[in-house]
Design a protein around this ligand. Structure first.
Ligand SMILES: Cc1ncc(COP(=O)(O)O)c(C=O)c1O
Length: 355
């Protein structure tokens, strides 16, 4: 079936582009000694995670326990949860995963986390594994000083928790549009992570895992001594926001197929609104860039640009999401496409698993 025969709005996932992006990332890391544990926050789909593991990823990174449960059900891992597990309900879910034999490492950033984790371990009889999240300059979560990190590592060891290392994320790089200052910011962030790692080594607690980085910093991180693995997520589907940070490297694997409803003098309207397309990273464009979804209401997009002159009602058009992750999170399935033909349908099992 031709993909343009599908009902709209719906997500198309171009398998050739996914394969290209996966191979490009793996080739960029070849010989660096730095491994990839791609972030599930982007694909949220076990079939894609399996492709990444088959391509050489050493495991999968997640943000949420719900995502970890999806992977566990699919038998995929080992899992690094680059986020904290907070509160007794979630601690119990983590212990349940461990009881199933799932290899999952979670991130702690405070004494509070370690206390909750050791209480969960005591109640369940499980032995959790943890890395310490360090603040690489993003001012989100994470320890601030190497001394704090060393103290937390000691606390983990004393509590009988399997201490595995540290993680940081230099996500503040995306606020810096210019390449040279962004390079300096990334290097400073990775340097900060490494200072925590060095302090741990000096204290006799060398980290086995030093995990960092998103899709726009893997090049620098893979050439930075001390970093052992990367958490990049977006590269696998790519989107127009990331194209600004990694120009010409990755292909757009994810598009939203929509139907033109009406065409007027200065604009057209299609059936993709904010319930099927996100706009938190700005407007989405057509594949050829000739028009954009300038304004979204719940079920409609206003299309503007020279390309609208060629549109007619009932026509199907593809939009490249400006932010793939927040767009796909609104959907339940990928219509998997190869050379324009629908070859499969993959459920987005991790969509909206935000607990
Ligand atoms: C902790 C963490 N690691 C890695 C990533 C992946 O970054 P990117 O989407 O740029 O690949 C994110 C993105 O939100 C993140 O929050």
């Amino acid at each position: 079936m031709d993909a343009y025969e599908l009902d709209t709005p719906c997500l198309l996932l171009d398998l050739g582009a996914v394969e290209h992006n996966s191979a490009t990332m793996m080739a960029s890391l070849a010989g660096s000694g730095v491994a990839l544990r791609p972030h599930f926050k982007t694909p949220k789909c076990p079939q894609v995670a399996r492709m990444q593991l088959d391509a050489g990823a050493i495991g999968i990174t997640v943000a949420k326990l719900g995502e970890a449960e999806v992977l566990a059900d699919a038998g995929l891992g080992p899992i690094l949860m680059a986020n904290q597990v907070v509160g007794p309900i979630k601690i119990a879910r983590l212990m349940a995963l461990l009881a199933r034999g799932v290899d999952i490492t979670i991130a702690v950033e405070s004494e509070f986390n370690v206390r909750e984790l050791s209480e969960g371990a005591r109640l369940s009889g499980q032995r959790p594994a943890a890395v310490i999240e360090v603040d690489a300059g993003m001012s989100r979560c994470g320890t601030s000083t190497p001394a704090e990190t060393v103290a937390l590592a000691r606390m983990l060891v004393d509590a009988g928790i399997d201490y595995r290392g540290i993680m940081g994320y230099e996500g503040h790089m995306y606020a810096q549009p210019d390449e040279e200052p962004r390079r300096q910011l990334i290097e400073a962030a990775l340097g900060a992570v490494n200072r925590h790692a060095e302090a741990l080594a000096e204290a006799g607690l060398p980290p086995r895992i030093v995990s960092t980085s998103g899709s726009a910093s893997t090049g620098i991180a893979s050439r930075t001594a001390g970093i052992t693995e990367l958490q990049a997520g977006t590269y696998i589907f790519h989107d127009s926001h990331h194209e600004g940070f990694t120009p010409g490297i990755y292909q757009y694997a994810l598009t939203l197929l929509t139907t033109v409803v009406t065409v007027r003098d200065r604009y057209a309207v299609c059936d993709a609104g904010m319930k099927s397309l996100s706009s938190d990273h700005g407007p989405s464009f057509s594949r050829d860039g000739s028009f954009k979804a300038a304004r979204l209401s719940e079920e409609h997009a206003h299309l503007t640009g020279p390309g609208i002159a060629a549109l007619h009602p009932g026509q199907k058009v593809e939009l490249v999401p400006s932010h793939g992750d927040t767009t796909l999170n609104l959907h339940d399935v990928y219509h998997v496409v190869r050379k324009g033909q629908v070859v499969d349908e993959w459920p987005i099992l991790g969509a909206r698993r935000f607990k």
